[in-house]
Structure formats: structure tokens, C-alpha cells
Ligand binder design. Structure first.
Ligand SMILES: Cc1ncc(COP(=O)(O)O)c(C=O)c1O
Ligand SMILES: *[C@@H]1O[C@H](CO)[C@@H](O)[C@H](O)[C@H]1NC(C)=O
Ligand SMILES: *[C@@H]1O[C@H](CO)[C@@H](O)[C@H](O)[C@H]1NC(C)=O
Ligand SMILES: *[C@@H]1O[C@H](CO)[C@@H](O)[C@H](O)[C@H]1NC(C)=O
Ligand SMILES: *[C@@H]1O[C@H](CO)[C@@H](O)[C@H](O)[C@H]1NC(C)=O
Ligand SMILES: *[C@@H]1O[C@H](CO)[C@@H](O)[C@H](O)[C@H]1NC(C)=O
Length: 799
């Protein structure tokens, strides 16, 4: 949505307050731009007050020809737009939404840009002050944010104006706005400019102070003449006039931004080492995507089009939720403010034996949330990998304490039980908890045993559990996804018996073999992410957990093993549920949370543990303590942002978007599954997704598709491939067309999103698996549109 043109420099004008001279400055800037030989556009998106007083008319009058002035929404009451629509009795239902409002501005700007190829300037004047509400009541600072127009702030030259100017500036900075210039009048009495010029110079912001306009006499002809003279003087083309200086500083800020964007790819190739990237295979700068900003579900990327008059920025849907971190959209102002709040109050403070409210509240919330009924403590670390490392340290101690004394040799040979395809992060210990694979390194020493698990997927519209060869290699089919995920009901099935026997036999053999002392079970519940978005049969995981916890005598092991849930990816509603424990019908001894925890704003991880694990470190000897920590442990900023994220998620749970989606995934009464359910309303489904069940089903029937799955925000399509695995290029090449900016493709499903600007899709693949992931608050309309595109790509590549 963000717009940037090479030939058309656009600035929005915000005021530190109402009546600070926004229109005078807009007029003067328009005249100065015109005098400097530019074509000039002026836009007042919303105007209130008598039509004859409207700002766009004033501009037309004083700038005369050569300025194209427009207004999009007009209301006659001379009050704020928010109040004006209410005084005029306009029903809120008939008002444009914030999105429609911003879209209207965006298309107006694009239209203006398209009418010319010569160097031009445009000024978009907001109403009132920075936070004055728009038609529906959203603060302008938030409402205009998707457009991300560089800003001119008109300062307040009256009494109190120093403070309101600085406050307005900081409100804009908090929302990421680029502020290219501050303009204000030189009030001869209050002299605010004498304070503000050096104040902002220290912050590298140019302030241009201008003589105030002449006071009006009431004599129309006289006033017209003095005002015209005033504009002529402040906006003359002589280099000395303040406005012509302002114009050239705005011009150079605009040129600089474009230069930076243009040079970023080649400069990045000189100094950056990207993760997961084969630099040897990069053909050149054209492969690098500069991101200018991001908002809600979209990046704004630099991508000069063919037409010189089109925007060099275009929206790109963040189709992997930026490595599975995003929960409430990019640049969410509530998270930004939470971060600022904690940064302002604490900065960073070290943690051992210290307490601060952000960490304390977060620990309490998580122990009572995903840790409900089992966890008693929260341990903080920096990211998923380190959260898992400490989880493993804790589990091994818990095992050691309960299994009695052990020799140094056996300590070194402790191993874990896991599943093939696991991933717990890229730090050394987290890697050693996984099998050798593409992510591991020379030092890697896989310590443990990994089961080949049965998987769940939709194949040819049937929910299918596919067994690995060790379990017979056959498939079990379910009518509805809810049945496959009804673990408690499946515990008595023939398949459960098969799993029990297989797991018990395998673990007993391993326990006899003294190569490793298997000391913990480490699982990514329900879905193994980085290993290829593998949806594991939850029944298999449940029985594995039950088996390692069998009482001595029945168990393959001398003591019950501790169980770790790595919920870094799957937890906190990524899969539609806060925690995977209720579905699995069992709780872990340790669980790890990160990614969504901070809404994707900054790294933070929490490892939750049971009281038993905590007590394994409690003694009179300091050396027994958990001597582990990171510089930024429990940083208040992360904790405060996490707290805010969890509060927003709490609201989303009740949202129409979620309720609608859950409704779509609720099986109808006719499903045998619900035979025994009484009443008319089916219970909420245990598993559901923001993705449409019909879409998932249709896609699973395609020839090129092996299987499809969706849970929560995650949608995965596995393509039929001969060379599967991470290094396969199949999914990447198949979905390549999504990277081209288009409006909705004419897919067979046909739900074309109206008025949506062309956008491209950023996505990541894992070999022959493509996955798409939304935020927890991505609008249904955006998801439907993405479904249409995915459908379109697969139908057109069918041949
Ligand atoms: C299941 C799981 N565990 C741990 C990690 C590591 O988290 P981080 O990248 O925050 O270190 C990841 C990251 O993708 C993950 O998916
Ligand atoms: C956490 O967020 C909730 C909801 O916004 C708020 O009531 C609470 O005070 C916050 N906690 C802290 C420590 O700021
Ligand atoms: C994770 O935290 C560890 C410990 O502070 C640090 O070494 C590592 O760089 C971090 N990784 C990321 C991706 O933040
Ligand atoms: C024990 O396990 C190791 C490593 O997996 C294997 O090489 C060895 O053959 C096994 N020994 C027995 C007796 O099964
Ligand atoms: C540590 O262990 C001792 C001895 O069992 C116990 O009395 C004490 O309450 C424990 N401390 C904590 C903090 O749990
Ligand atoms: C259905 O209703 C009957 C009679 O009220 C009751 O006995 C039974 O337990 C109910 N079944 C369920 C699944 O709620």
C-alpha cells in the first residue's frame, strides 16, 4: 500500500495541533514547488466546514493555475471529521472504513502520478492534530500508516506549542514515520522556534521557521492582496527563501530514500551473510528484495516496475509470517507502545533475584495459561533455540536426580528420544537433540534415538494417517479431521495397540543397548515445522509419552523419563490452540514457548517446568542450581510486548473471524462422529483453521498434490515428487508465479477480492513442501485471496 514514485515526491502534512497553519504551509509549499518548475498536486482527503472555506479551494485561489487541488470526502460542520459525520447524522455503517478511506487516498495518488512523467510534488494534508480521529474514530497517525508517506510536521508556534510539537513528533516516530521536515511560524512573542530549531537539530531533523501570515483586516480585497504578497515572499524561488530551502531539503530526502533502496541489494551482497542461503547461487542484486517498511500482513518492497510513472514500492504478502513469528501483524501500534513503555521505564535490567512487573506478570500468565494444571515455574531465555537448550538441561538433571548416582561415562552418553524430522534450533545442543540432517554441522553428535512417525494429511479429500514402513506402511482413513484428532477416543483402537507394541518393543531394545542412556522424550507436538511441516499422528505421540512414563517394572526404563514439548512453533495458537496438551490428553514436564510469544516483535523464550523438575535443582549447594542465563534474560521490553500480545490474542479468541472459521470446521450433525452429541449446537471443533476446509479438500484432489493439511494459521501442501527432501526445488519452482505482483488471478474458486491492489507473495518452501502461514488476525478476505492464488498456480501448472 505504501507508495513511492521516482518522478513524484509525495509528502503528507501532519499538524502538531489544529490551527497551527497546515493549510498555509501546504499553500506556500505548493507555490514554492510550482515556482521551482514542478507540477503540483494537493490533496485534502477529508474536509470539514463551509465549502467556501475549504482548504483545497484556498490552495486553488492562492496558487492559481498549476496546482491540482482535490478533496475526497467533504462535511459541512466546521468540527473534526469524526464529530462532523456524527453531527450530520451519517450512519457509521455508510461511512468508508479506514481501509476504504486509505485505499481512496492511495488510488488518488496513483492517478495523479499516472498523469505526468515530469518531476512533480504532492502534498496530502491531514485534519487537525496527529491523533485527531478519522471518520470512524481511529487516530490519523494509525489510519494513515499503511500509506507510509514521508511526513512534514507543522509545529505549533503558540503557547504550549513546544510541548505539543515534540509530543506530535514522538507519536509519529513511534509509528515509524519518516519525518523529513518540521515547519512552523516564527511567533514574535512565544519564540517557540528558537527552542525547537536547536532541539530538533540535535535529533537531525531540519526545522524551517517562517514569518507568520499577516493578520486579516476583514476587508476582503485588502486581505487577499496582503496574503498573496505574503505567499510571494515566503515561497519565492530565490534560494534564500525559507520555503525554497524546505523544498530542496524535501527533494534531497526523497532522492536519498530512492538511492538507498536502489543500492541496498548490491551493498547487501558486499557485507551481509544470510542464513539458510547459498551465496554461491545468487546470480546478482536482482535476487535481493529491499524491504522499505512493513504493515499488517504485508512487506512494502522496492520493485521498480516497467512504467516509469508507477510506484517503486509494492506490497508483498508475508506468506510465512516472517519465520512463523507474526501474530498480530507487522508494526502493530499496541506492541510498539508496549515496547516503548518498558524501554522508557526500565531499558534492560539484569535478572537474578530481581523482579519487575513485566517478567512477573508474564510468568504468572504463562504458568496459568499453557502451563495450567502442570507447570509451576517459568524460566526466561532469548529465543527458541536457547529455550530448548535449557529445557534439555533441566530434563537431564531431573532424570539424573531420580535415577540415582551415575558414572561420568554414563553422564556423557545421555541421549534423548525424538521423532525423525525434529528441529529444535540451530545452537549446538539443540542440534544434538536431532538426527543428522541438513541443519546440523561438523560438530554434530546426534545423541539419542528418533522414531519414524505416522503422519496425518488430506489425500484425495480423505483424512489419511500414513504409517511408516516399520509400522506396516498402510493407511488409515477418517471421515473427518476431528476424528483423527480425537486422541482420547482413539486410545482404544487397533492402531493404538499397534503403536503401543511397536514403541514398547523398540524402546526395550534400545534400553538394553547401553550406547545411550535414554533420559528424556523431546517432541514438537502435532507438527514438526522445520523438518518439513510434518503433521504427526497425535495418537502416536500420546502413546510414546505414555510409554516413557510407565511405572518401573512395566517401563523399558529404570525411571519415568521427563517429557519436553517444544511448542516454539506450534504453541500460542499458531495451530489454533493455546497449548497442544488438551488435545494430546496429557501434559509435559517441560515446555518451551517463543516466536508468537512477543507477537513477532523481538526475541524472547520461556521454558515452563513442573515443580518436580524445579526441585531437581534445589539443594543447599550452589553448584546444584541452574547455572544458566543470557545477557538479556527476561528483558522487560520483550516481557511487556509478550504480555500485550497475549492480551490481544485473548481478544482475537472472541473475534468474528475466529468464530466464523471455527464454524466452517465444525462437522455437521450427519457425521457419525457426532452421533452421541446431544442438543442442536455442536461443540467447538478441537481442530480448526483460518484456511477454508473446502479449499483444503479441493486442493487435495489434484493430481500434482500428494497431500494437504491445515491447522490454525498453517496451510501446507506437499507436492508429488521423485526427489523429496529439503534440498528439492519442486515447491519453490511450482509456486514461483506467486512472487509476481498481480491482482487476484481468475481462479476457478472465483471469490475475487474487490479493489485489492496488486501484490506479490513472499513464501518459503521446504523441498517439495510449500507452506503458507497467516497471522492470528489476518482478515478472511486476505486468506481467501491467497487461496485463490494458490489454486490458480496449481491449476495452471497442471499440465
Ligand atoms: C520447533 C522449534 N524449536 C526451536 C526453534 C528455534 O527457535 P529460534 O529460531 O527462536 O532460536 C524453532 C525455530 O524455527 C522451531 O521451529
Ligand atoms: C499486561 O497486559 C494487560 C492487558 O493489556 C494489562 O492489563 C496488564 O497491566 C499488563 N501487564 C503489565 C505488567 O503491564
Ligand atoms: C539466541 O540466544 C542465544 C543466547 O543469547 C544467542 O547466542 C543467539 O544468537 C540467539 N539467536 C537468535 C536467533 O536470536
Ligand atoms: C547399539 O546401538 C548402536 C548405535 O545405535 C549400534 O551401533 C549397535 O549395533 C547396537 N548394539 C546392539 C547390541 O543392538
Ligand atoms: C528446597 O528444598 C527444601 C528441602 O526439601 C525445601 O524445604 C524447600 O522448600 C525447597 N525450596 C524451594 C524454593 O522449593
Ligand atoms: C445425552 O443426553 C442423555 C440424556 O440426558 C445423557 O444420558 C447422555 O450422557 C448425553 N450424552 C452426551 C454425550 O452428552
Amino acid at each position: 500500500m505504501s507508495l513511492l514514485f521516482k518522478h513524484l515526491r509525495v509528502h503528507q502534512i501532519f499538524g502538531a495541533n489544529t490551527d497551527v497553519g497546515k493549510t498555509v504551509f501546504a499553500t506556500a509549499l505548493s507555490i514554492a514547488s510550482k515556482n521551482a518548475g514542478h507540477q503540483v498536486f494537493y490533496l485534502k482527503p477529508v474536509s470539514t466546514g463551509a465549502p467556501e472555506d475549504a482548504d483545497d479551494l484556498k490552495i486553488r485561489r492562492f496558487a492559481q493555475s498549476g496546482v491540482n487541488a482535490d478533496c475526497l470526502f467533504r462535511f459541512s460542520e466546521p468540527v473534526s471529521p469524526y464529530l462532523a459525520v456524527r453531527m450530520e447524522g451519517v450512519s457509521p455503517n455508510t461511512l468508508p472504513t479506514d481501509k476504504t478511506f486509505v485505499n481512496a487516498i492511495s488510488s488518488h495518488i496513483k492517478t495523479c502520478a499516472g498523469t505526468t512523467t515530469k518531476a512533480s510534488h504532492m502534498y496530502v494534508e491531514t485534519a487537525g492534530g496527529v491523533h485527531s480521529p478519522t471518520l470512524l474514530g481511529t487516530s490519523q497517525a494509525d489510519c494513515y500508516r499503511p500509506l507510509f508517506l514521508p511526513t512534514i510536521l507543522v509545529g505549533d508556534s503558540k503557547l504550549g506549542g513546544i510541548s505539543s510539537t515534540i509530543s506530535a513528533y514522538e507519536s509519529l516516530v513511534l509509528r515509524g514515520y519518516i519525518i523529513d521536515s518540521i515547519l512552523l511560524f516564527k511567533d514574535p512573542y512565544y519564540l517557540n522556534h528558537e527552542y525547537l530549531v536547536p532541539y530538533f537539530a540535535e535529533r537531525n531533523v531540519v526545522v524551517h521557521a517562517v514569518d507568520p501570515p499577516p493578520s486579516l483586516t476583514g476587508n476582503a480585497a485588502e486581505d487577499e492582496r496582503t496574503t498573496a504578497e505574503y505567499y510571494a515572499s515566503i515561497a519565492s524561488t530565490h534560494g534564500s527563501s525559507v520555503l525554497s530551502q524546505a523544498i530542496s531539503s524535501l527533494d534531497s530526502a526523497h532522492a536519498k530514500r530512492i538511492e538507498e533502496l536502489e543500492s541496498m541489494p548490491s551493498r547487501s551482497l558486499q557485507s551481509i551473510w544470510w542464513p539458510f542461503v547459498q551465496h554461491g547461487a545468487i546470480s546478482g542484486p536482482s535476487e535481493i528484495t529491499p524491504i522499505d517498511s512493513a504493515h499488517s500482513d504485508f512487506f512494502s518492497i522496492y520493485k521498480p516496475g516497467d512504467a516509469s510513472s508507477s510506484s517503486v514500492l509494492s506490497p508483498q504478502l508475508d506468506g510465512s509470517s516472517s519465520w512463523w513469528t507474526q501474530a498480530v501483524g507487522h508494526a502493530n501500534p499496541r506492541l510498539t507502545l508496549a515496547a516503548a513503555r518498558a524501554a522508557g521505564r526500565y531499558g534492560h535490567v539484569m535478572f537474578p533475584k530481581n523482579a519487575h512487573l513485566p517478567a512477573l506478570k508474564l510468568a504468572e500468565t504463562l504458568v496459568a495459561g499453557p502451563g495450567r494444571d502442570w507447570a509451576s515455574r517459568a524460566f526466561f531465555s532469548d529465543n527458541g533455540s536457547t529455550g530448548m537448550e535449557v529445557a534439555i538441561k533441566m530434563a537431564l538433571r531431573d532424570y539424573g536426580v531420580r535415577s540415582g548416582s551415575w558414572t561420568q561415562h554414563r553422564k556423557k552418553s545421555l541421549g534423548i528420544i525424538g521423532l525423525k524430522g525434529s528441529y529444535h534450533g540451530d545452537t549446538m545442543g539443540a542440534m544434538d537433540a536431532c538426527e543428522e540432517g541438513v541443519y546440523t554441522c561438523e560438530w554434530h553428535n546426534a545423541k539419542g534415538f528418533w522414531f519414524d512417525p505416522p503422519t496425518v494429511g488430506k489425500k484425495a479429500d480423505k483424512v489419511t494417517i500414513t504409517q511408516p514402513s516399520a509400522l506396516g506402511g498402510d493407511s488409515v482413513v477418517f471421515e473427518h479431521l476431528q476424528e483423527a484428532y480425537d486422541v482420547s477416543k482413539r486410545m482404544d483402537s487397533e492402531l493404538a495397540t499397534r503403536y503401543r507394541e511397536y514403541i514398547h518393543t523398540t524402546l526395550s531394545k534400545l534400553a538394553e543397548n547401553k550406547t545411550h542412556d535414554l533420559a528424556a522424550l523431546v517432541l514438537e507436538p502435532l507438527v514438526m515445522g522445520a523438518g518439513g511441516m510434518i503433521f504427526v499422528d497425535p495418537l502416536f505421540q500420546r502413546i510414546l509419552i505414555d510409554t516413557v512414563r510407565l511405572p518401573t517394572g512395566l517401563s523399558p526404563f529404570p525411571v519415568r523419563l521427563p517429557v519436553i514439548f517444544d511448542e516454539v512453533f506450534v504453541g500460542l495458537h499458531r495451530l489454533g490452540m493455546e497449548s497442544t496438551s488438551p488435545l494430546l490428553g496429557t501434559t509435559p514436564d517441560i515446555s518451551c514457548h517463543a516466536k508468537i510469544l512477543t507477537g513477532g516483535l523481538l526475541p524472547l523464550a520461556i521454558t515452563l517446568t513442573s515443580e518436580r523438575v524445579f526441585q531437581a535443582f534445589n539443594s543447599t549447594d550452589k553448584a546444584d542450581a541452574l547455572l544458566h542465563g543470557h545477557s538479556y534474560t527476561a528483558h522487560p521490553i520483550g516481557c511487556e510486548v509478550a504480555n500485550e500480545t497475549l492480551a490481544i490474542i485473548g481478544e482475537l479468541k472472541e473475534s468474528k473471524n475466529w468464530k466464523d472459521a471455527q464454524g466452517r470446521w465444525t462437522p455437521e450433525k450427519k457425521w457419525s462422529f457426532f452421533d452421541e452429541v446431544n442438543g442442536t449446537t455442536a461443540p467447538p471443533p478441537t481442530v480448526w483453521s483460518l484456511w477454508d476446509p473446502g479449499f483444503v479438500g479441493e486442493l487435495s484432489k489434484m493430481d500434482s498434490v500428494e497431500e494437504v493439511m491445515a491447522l490454525g494459521t498453517v496451510f501446507v501442501v506437499k507436492l508429488k515428487a521423485t526427489d523429496a527432501g529439503y534440498l528439492s526445488n519442486l515447491a519453490e519452482s511450482t509456486f514461483l508465479p506467486l512472487r509476481e505482483a498481480t491482482t487476484t488471478n481468475p481462479g476457478d474458486l472465483g471469490s475475487v477480492a474487490p479493489g485489492r491492489a496488486p501484490y506479490s507473495v513472499h513464501f518459503r518452501t521446504l523441498g517439495n513442501v510449500a507452506y503458507f502461514m497467516t497471522s492470528l488476525n489476518t482478515e478472511a478476505e486476505v486468506i481467501r485471496d491467497l487461496e485463490d492464488r494458490i489454486w490458480g498456480v496449481l491449476t495452471s501448472s497442471r499440465t
